[in-house]
Design a protein around this ligand. Structure first.
Ligand code: NAD
Length: 320
């Protein structure tokens, strides 16, 4: 990658990935774009374009204008929002991806497209879910993710487009808020712990899901995009995970720093049923073997860092 276009760049991942890419590749070589205009605070940092990914002509125009050789395609509707607007989710998630693939084919770009643990379903083996396994998701978000994985494989096989992708687990971060996913509780809990010392979880106790702290996710994107292509057998949709926990375990980790922290439960049936259809823990060994994936942050390290970063962000005093 030398000159990179990032779509959906104002979201949870893009807000941090753009910064990391600019540090590595140079501010002028990373073009952030989103359907929303950016705020004044982000104004001077580097190039930005308003780009609706369902407009393929405009996407091609922006790629040509900046002579981009890579597209990191993040614009999508996430799992719980997608479940309330399934038609929009299909149109955005598939329409945007088809445009990104076509632009990559026509203009010779490398393409990163994220999948998700949502690409699995209730028939998938739940524990240590293999890289290659049954994928019959029951959410619209999951349907778009499986279709996207297949489409990216197809564009590689049929047209030689250098497509690459990861199945992200739930991502934990403090810079931008999460965008309507089922795993958002694992971010909200830290904000509420710091602000109020309490949290009401919409996910039931005993519900295990894979998670990862944002720095590991950002490194994974760059490392996969820069990996030697001849070593990649899967290319798209690599399982990656850093930890798997249930709500009571993250609460326990927070109590090591905020002993009075209390959590109760008010389960949301829509998000709970999505969570119940996903694996408990996935096997990332193929990503480790093919391009050296290794996560640095476990639950304890993530918790320590999240609490400390949020205390300074929210101007709350240190307790531990
Ligand atoms: P997000 O919801 O935080 O951000 C998405 C961004 O896309 C937003 O800034 C939004 O304004 C923008 N957008 C919406 N419609 C658009 C359009 N038509 N054109 C251009 N931009 C548009 O999402 P995120 O968490 O940053 O996720 C990015 C990608 O990673 C998505 O494909 C998502 O499915 C995937 N993913 C995320 C997670 C996670 O935990 N965050 C987990 C698994 C997979």
């Amino acid at each position: 990658m030398k000159r990179i276009l990032v779509t959906g760049a104002l979201g949870q991942i893009g807000s941090e990935l753009v910064q990391q890419l600019r540090n590595t590749y140079g501010a002028d070589n990373v073009v952030a774009s989103d359907i929303r205009a950016k705020s004044g605070q982000e104004a001077q940092i580097g190039p930005f374009e308003v780009l609706d990914v369902t407009d393929g002509k405009r996407m091609a125009q922006v790629v040509k204008q900046y002579n981009a050789d890579a597209i990191i395609h993040l614009a999508a509707l996430l799992s719980s929002t997608a479940e309330t607007k399934p038609q929009l989710a299909w149109n955005l998630n598939m329409g945007g991806l088809v445009n990104a693939l076509e632009v990559s084919r026509e203009l010779g770009c490398q393409l990163f497209s994220p999948s998700s643990i949502a690409a699995f379903g209730p028939d998938t083996p739940r524990i240590f879910t293999p890289q290659d396994t049954i994928q019959r998701p029951t959410s619209m978000y999951g349907v778009t993710k499986v279709a996207g994985e297949l489409l990216c494989d197809y564009y590689y096989q049929k047209f030689g487009v250098d497509t690459r992708g990861l199945r992200f687990p739930g991502l934990i971060s403090y810079v931008a808020p999460p965008g309507g996913g089922t795993t958002d509780y694992a971010v909200e809990i830290y904000y509420e712990a710091v602000r109020n010392g309490r949290y009401t979880s919409y996910i039931a106790p005993g519900t295990f899901m894979d998670m990862m702290y944002m720095p590991d996710a950002l490194d994974a994107v760059v490392n996969l995009m820069e990996a030697d292509a001849s070593r990649l057998k899967h290319r798209n949709a690599f399982n990656i995970s850093a930890m798997s926990f249930a709500p009571e375990q993250i609460a326990h980790a927070i109590q090591q720093h905020i002993p009075d922290f209390r959590m109760d439960y008010e389960v949301d049936p829509v998000r709970q049923s999505i969570a119940d259809s996903w694996p408990d823990s996935i096997d990332s060994s193929q990503a480790a073997e093919e391009w050296g994936f290794k996560a640095k942050y476990d639950l304890e390290r993530t918790t320590k860092d999240m609490l400390s970063k949020l205390r300074s962000k929210l101007h709350v005093g240190q307790q531990s």
